[in-house]
Design a protein around this ligand. Structure first.
Ligand SMILES: Nc1ncnc2c1ncn2[C@@H]1O[C@H](COP(=O)(O)OS(=O)(=O)O)[C@@H](OP(=O)(O)O)[C@H]1O
Ligand SMILES: Nc1ncnc2c1ncn2[C@@H]1O[C@H](COP(=O)(O)OP(=O)(O)O)[C@@H](O)[C@H]1O
Length: 208
């Protein structure tokens, strides 16, 4: 195709070393583990724990954390709905590249809108988008308030804070749900175990 978006006269370039060769080299399959949930629900903690566990098994993963990407790639974006949508779109595209590189890409963003997450899912071949929902109650996230942002949002000093005066749409069909058991949040290693077991069961930790 020679017209894509606003670009004309452009052509897709193929390279002889492809995804399958890279996966063989790494003995794993590229995919995207997309962690969504409220601020303070434990997304970054889970991402780091999965990353560490995979590393200990000799598997290459890379974390795309919303907070970190907003320091660079997405520093022109704020938190209004269009900016969040563009934030998720860009991270979805980058995650797709990492998965094509053969890595297990762990994206950790609030990603509050279902349609934005679904658009990222649609960018990837079927089943290579693994949506993980941090299903933690707002009360727990707010009680943690690791960055003091809920306090500022309650005081009206931050407007449009997810869960307070901005929406969060829960996934309807996620692959993995992390939730409290009898009111207790599982330890980070247990949460990571749930994700790594899924990857193992679905064959992502081997290339064939
Ligand atoms: N208004 C508002 N709403 C929600 N979050 C806010 C806001 N302002 C700043 N922050 C901080 O930004 C982090 C979320 O960035 P994300 O890129 O993950 O957000 S989004 O997916 O585009 O909604 C989020 O980080 P986490 O706490 O790690 O989720 C907050 O620290
Ligand atoms: N499973 C857990 N058990 C106990 N504390 C946790 C757990 N997961 C996260 N936390 C704590 O909750 C706070 C918010 O976690 P974080 O990973 O930064 O959330 P998010 O990335 O969703 O904002 C941190 O202080 C973190 O140490």
């Amino acid at each position: 195709m020679s017209t894509v978006g606003n670009s004309t006269n452009i052509f897709w370039q193929e390279c002889p070393v492809g995804r399958l060769e890279r996966q063989k080299l790494l003995n794993q399959k590229g995919c995207v583990v997309w962690i969504t949930g409220l601020s303070g629900s434990g997304k970054s903690t889970l991402a780091c724990s999965v990353n560490r566990e995979l590393y200990s098994r000799g598997k290459l993963s890379y974390i795309l954390d919303g907070d970190n990407l907003r320091h660079g790639l997405n520093k022109d974006l704020g938190f209004k709905a269009e900016d969040r949508t563009e934030n998720i779109r860009r991270v979805g595209e980058v995650a797709k590249l990492f998965a094509d590189a053969g890595l297990i890409c762990i994206a950790s963003l609030i990603s509050p809108y279902r349609k934005d997450r679904d658009a990222c899912r649609a960018m990837l071949p079927a089943s290579n988008f693994i949506e993980v929902f941090m299903n933690m109650p707002l009360e727990l996230c707010e009680a943690r308030d690791a960055k003091g942002l809920y306090k500022l949002a309650r005081a009206g000093k931050i407007k449009g804070f997810t869960g307070i005066d901005d929406p969060y749409e829960q996934p309807l069909n996620c692959e993995i749900e992390i939730k409290q058991n009898d009111g207790i949040c599982p330890a980070p290693s247990a949460m990571a175990g749930q994700v790594v077991s899924y990857l193992e069961d679905k064959g992502y930790l081997h290339d064939n």
